[in-house]
Design a protein around this ligand. Structure first.
Ligand code: AMP
Length: 429
């Protein structure tokens, strides 16, 4: 039996890969303009990194991680618990601490792109190996890392990226999930409110009501939703500094003209978030409509043994961004067919064709090569199927005279062009 890809994983094939490259190139451009630089962290990390940062009671850590015990021979790695990264923020913050990036000047502005792994139920827009493009702005408080200006800059950058990709109809949903102080009073209020109703809720909610009540909001069981609606909202429990911070973020966003809506239910499924939490959604994506998510994580560095290093970041679901792009009008223009197909006619012409292709490619033209064994009819058909703009016919006469018959495959019009003029003629549309 033929071997198949593992459930929840998939091959990304051409021509779709052109859309992936387009998204990544646009993201790199935008990151450069906002002075973010790339970081690449390992694809697997110690399991403890995720349990201590993302949180034991989250769906990710409690149900979805690909974890195994290493069986290396050296005592140092034998039996170590290792996990394929389910997200990249924890790895970036670990790298920030381990490489003492807090000694570098200012706020560190870092971006990454790459695969992440979660054992979720696969469906359209949800995979077990999926891809994120993300960024983090993290640094010592003295560098201004706590400022609402950082939150607003990151959000405005995301709006710029989506606009530049031609993705319309996005919505920015914004909330504040408060700080450690607020969390304690809020958790107490939640526990009190849950006491009378949790008996009617699912097993996860029952457990979380005790261990980590905020995570009750991640519950997706339909029967629990009306109960969750009645629970207190975190916005009512923010202390004054958190309220001021959130108001300042909103004020800057309004000043720069980035529209947003407030969503008091938005808590994001990761424990490390503090204060600003956000999601961008997109109408065309159906059930999995969150195109990206993020927030502030002022205590994350300390939670994994580092110095105080407040930060804010996000992760774009690249799979979903590409799906949204496919729905947009600009998608068709992204895949670039060959500029020309060279049709060598007759024995001994492959060498001439290769030489001409080499010359034209040095002018950054996209050239596809035929074969001397093909009849002209077959060459023209192949060139048309590849959607090449032109077919250059290269027989013995052409090789001798250095004048080529060039057929425009859209119009059928054929002209003779001297070798020296070919690059320029092929470049002009
Ligand atoms: P999170 O890391 O959970 O904050 O998710 C950030 C973004 O990653 C989401 O908004 C999704 O766009 C994307 N994402 C998360 N999980 C998956 C998945 N299993 N498959 C595809 N995209 C995902």
């Amino acid at each position: 039996m033929a071997i198949k890809a593992i459930r929840g994983t998939r091959d990304l094939l051409p021509p779709d890969t052109a859309l992936w490259n387009f998204v990544e190139a646009a993201a790199r451009d935008v990151f450069r303009e906002y002075n973010f630089q790339e970081i690449r962290t390992p694809i697997f990390e110690s399991t403890e990194l995720f349990s201590r940062s993302v949180g034991e009671e989250t769906d990710i850590v409690s149900k979805e991680m690909y974890t195994w015990e290493d069986r290396g021979r050296a005592a140092s790695d034998h039996g170590q618990s290792i996990t394929l990264r389910p997200e990249n923020t924890a790895g970036v913050v670990r790298a920030y601490i381990e490489n003492q990036m807090f000694n570098r000047p200012g706020v560190q502005k870092l971006f990454y792109m790459g695969p992440q792994f979660r054992r979720e139920r696969p469906q359209k827009g949800r995979y077990r190996q999926f891809y994120q493009i993300g960024a983090e702005a993290i640094g010592p408080p003295a560098a201004g890392s706590e400022s609402p200006a950082r939150d607003a800059e990151v959000l405005e950058m995301l709006a710029t990226l989506l606009d530049r990709l031609g993705i319309q109809n996005w919505t920015l949903e914004l909330n504040s999930v408060g700080c450690a102080n607020d969390r304690e009073t809020f958790n107490n209020a939640l526990r009190a409110a849950l006491k009378d109703v949790v008996g009617n809720m699912c097993d996860d909610c029952k457990r979380r009501a005790e261990t980590n009540p905020l995570r009750v909001f991640d519950c997706k069981v339909p029967a629990d939703q009306p109960i969750i609606e009645t629970l207190p909202k975190i916005s009512q429990y923010l202390d004054q500094p958190c309220r001021d911070h959130f108001a300042a973020v909103q004020q800057i966003l309004t000043a720069v003209g980035v529209p947003f809506t407030l969503n008091e239910r938005l808590v994001r499924g990761l424990d490390y978030y503090t204060r600003t939490a956000f999601e961008f959604t997109h109408g065309a994506l159906g059930a999995q409509n969150a195109i990206l998510g993020g927030g502030r994580y002022d205590g994350l560095s300390e939670a994994i043994g580092g110095p105080k290093a407040p930060g804010i970041g996000f992760a774009i679901g690249e799979d979903r961004l590409v799906l949204a792009l496919m729905e947009s009008e600009s998608a068709g223009a992204i895949v670039k067919p060959p500029d020309a197909y060279i049709a060598p006619l007759g024995d001994g012409m492959n060498g001439h064709a290769a030489k001409l292709a080499r010359e034209l490619r040095r002018h950054y033209l996209v050239i596809e090569l035929g074969d001397e064994s093909f009849r002209l009819k077959k060459s023209l058909e192949t060139a048309s199927k590849l959607a090449a703009r032109y077919c250059i016919i290269l027989g013995e006469n052409e090789a001798k005279s250095d004048n080529f018959a060039v057929k425009n495959l859209a119009t059928g019009e054929q002209v003779t062009i001297p070798r020296a003029d070919l690059p320029q003629k092929l470049q002009s549309k």
